[in-house]
Design a protein around this ligand. Structure first.
Ligand code: NAD
Length: 247
């Protein structure tokens, strides 16, 4: 099976590290035009140069940066076929310590950024005829994670929005899917295991190891391709079997 993404233009957010960087790599390997968006200029530009991608520096929570991301993508490639909504996670906190401002910031980072950027990209995703939206969420949309109250509270909202959007965009041939990563070996994993994962943590994962960011990215590359043309409205766990729910 080849994914053949040549000629497609993909925006990947949070692309300077971790899962977003691995997604940029996977899409670039399939010859997509990749646009990498993140806050930190040095790693972003270094990796973009390596992947022959376009780097656009900016913050997901800044409207003007999102406008500029879309403008620069269109100026460079003339269209948008794939949007990967991804970025940093909210801070680690138990529910009892969550305040108003924490909730506002988490909604802005996780939900509002995806809603805003998707709206900006939508005319171009529709025009593509095979537009793809992929949201990177978390296993927290299936099972709450201890001490990650903000992720547990806000990410299910992203899935609810995505599922609604999938139904509305289906007639335009635009698919909308979400990935629910389990425990993936990136910087962010310290939010779940501040001291690193212990033996008991790994025993809780049927595959007995953390995932590699590339194992998430390869599922995204599939969803971005024509091979996934009848897949929409889904939440796909990439978690080594961690979550126990039937669906
Ligand atoms: P990471 O911290 O390694 O990388 C996050 C990337 O997003 C970086 O490039 C960072 O610069 C960028 N970023 C952060 N905030 C941003 C902002 N406001 N604007 C623009 N770019 C921003 O994280 P990761 O492990 O790659 O995770 C990606 C997403 O998946 C996060 O939301 C994370 O919470 C979620 N997730 C991760 C895991 C895991 O085990 N690693 C599990 C479930 C969910």
């Amino acid at each position: 099976m080849t994914l053949a993404l040549d000629g497609r233009t993909a925006i990947v957010c949070g692309a300077s590290a971790g899962i977003g960087l691995a997604i940029a790599e996977a899409l670039a390997e399939q010859d997509a035009n990749v646009v990498m968006f993140a806050r930190r200029r040095e790693p972003l530009e270094r990796h973009a140069q390596r992947l022959n991608a376009l780097a656009v520096r900016g913050d997901l929570t800044n409207r003007a940066d999102l406008d500029r991301l879309v403008e620069r993508t269109l100026a460079a490639f003339g269209g948008i076929d794939v949007l990967v909504n991804n970025g940093g996670g909210p801070p680690r906190k138990p529910a009892l310590e969550v305040g108003d401002e924490d909730v506002e910031l988490a909604v802005e980072l996780l939900l509002l950024s995806a809603v805003r950027l998707t709206a900006l990209c939508l005319p171009h995703l529709r025009a593509s005829g095979r537009g793809r939206i992929v949201n990177i969420t978390s296993s927290s949309v299936r099972e709450p994670i201890a001490n990650l109250a903000l992720s547990n509270a806000v990410r299910p909202g992203v899935v609810g929005w995505a599922k609604t959007l999938a139904r509305e965009l289906g007639p335009d041939g635009v698919t909308v899917n979400s990935i629910a990563p389990g425990r993936i070996d990136t910087e962010r994993i310290r939010e779940v295991y501040p001291d690193g994962p212990g033996e008991a943590d790994l025993r809780d994962i049927p595959l007995r190891r953390l995932g590699d960011a590339r194992e998430v990215a390869d599922v995204v590359a599939f969803l971005a391709s024509d091979r996934a043309s009848y897949v929409t409205g889904t939440v796909i766990p990439v978690d080594g079997g961690l979550t126990r729910g039937l669906l």
